[in-house]
Design a protein around this ligand. Structure first.
Ligand SMILES: C[S@@+](CC[C@H](N)C(=O)[O-])C[C@H]1O[C@@H](n2cnc3c(N)ncnc32)[C@H](O)[C@@H]1O
Length: 236
């Protein structure tokens, strides 16, 4: 699983040589289709909508959250591990974890404070039955970067996360059941917020050129067997 800030060998090489040099060195080893696919995904990557989960218990929910976040074209998943370590079932992630920036946090406060410092508005998600005054995924303001925090399968979002957030968001429910499954909520809420944010931006992707270039170099490298050796031989 890829953690952020990443300090793995690929990132160290990108730091040392610059992303353009890495891409140039690896390009002869890649098909035109592969490069086009990476560029298309990069162009649609959204950095200003972030998924955060707190104390996820079930590895299948963890994996589905990861896979859904990546599939929606979101770049960041933040995991708060105040009580439980985030552990994803690899049979479900289908490799989605390699393309994401995953950041682990020891407390909800630390995660939320860091996101707010970067200009994100942060909302705890909770079913209406929880009794919090909440906006819905349809009426929350999407004119700023947004992070949504999803709670534990049994206890929901913690009091600490609620207190540190800018408010609560709910996904409307109309049946007898009082809450959705965690990963189902991630799918519904993040899909809707990403769609609304993209419509607001008038663009599918929003990564700045520097982040896009680094990610491009990383994604080039991820698909090449023995890439560290290849780069060290070519670039020294
Ligand atoms: C199975 S629910 C937890 C239910 C728990 N009894 C509670 O009080 O929240 C797991 C997580 O899914 C999200 N969730 C479930 N239904 C939701 C809804 N209708 N609106 C917003 N979030 C919801 C919340 O993040 C919740 O913490």
């Amino acid at each position: 699983m890829t953690d952020t800030p990443r300090t793995d060998a690929i990132d160290r090489l990108i730091e040392k040589h610059g992303p353009a040099t890495i891409c140039e060195a690896l390009m002869p080893m890649m098909t035109a289709e592969r490069i086009a696919r990476i560029d298309a995904v990069l162009a649609a990557r959204l950095g200003s909508v972030v998924t955060a989960v707190e104390d996820t218990y079930d590895p299948h929910n963890a994996a589905a959250t990861l896979r859904t976040t990546e599939s929606l074209g979101l770049q960041e998943l933040h995991v708060i591990e105040a009580r439980l370590r985030f552990s994803a079932a690899h049979a479900v992630t289908k490799g989605a974890h390699s393309w994401l920036d995953l950041t682990r946090w020891p407390t909800a406060e630390a995660a939320i404070e860091a996101l707010r410092h970067r200009g994100f508005r942060v909302y705890a998600t909770a079913p209406e039955a929880k009794g919090l005054p909440a906006k819905t995924i349809e009426d929350v303001d999407v004119s700023t970067p947004l992070a949504l925090v999803f709670g534990n399968e049994h206890d929901g979002v913690s009091d600490q996360a609620i207190a540190a957030s800018d408010g609560a968001i709910t996904v409307p429910m109309f049946g007898f059941t009082e809450s959705f499954n965690l990963s189902v909520t991630v799918g519904m809420a993040m899909s809707r917020i990403a769609t609304r944010r993209r419509a607001y931006l008038g663009a599918t992707g929003d990564l700045d050129p520097d982040r896009r270039a680094r990610l491009r170099a990383r994604w080039f490298a991820l698909k090449i067997r023995g890439v560290i050796g290849v780069l060290e031989r070519r670039l020294g």
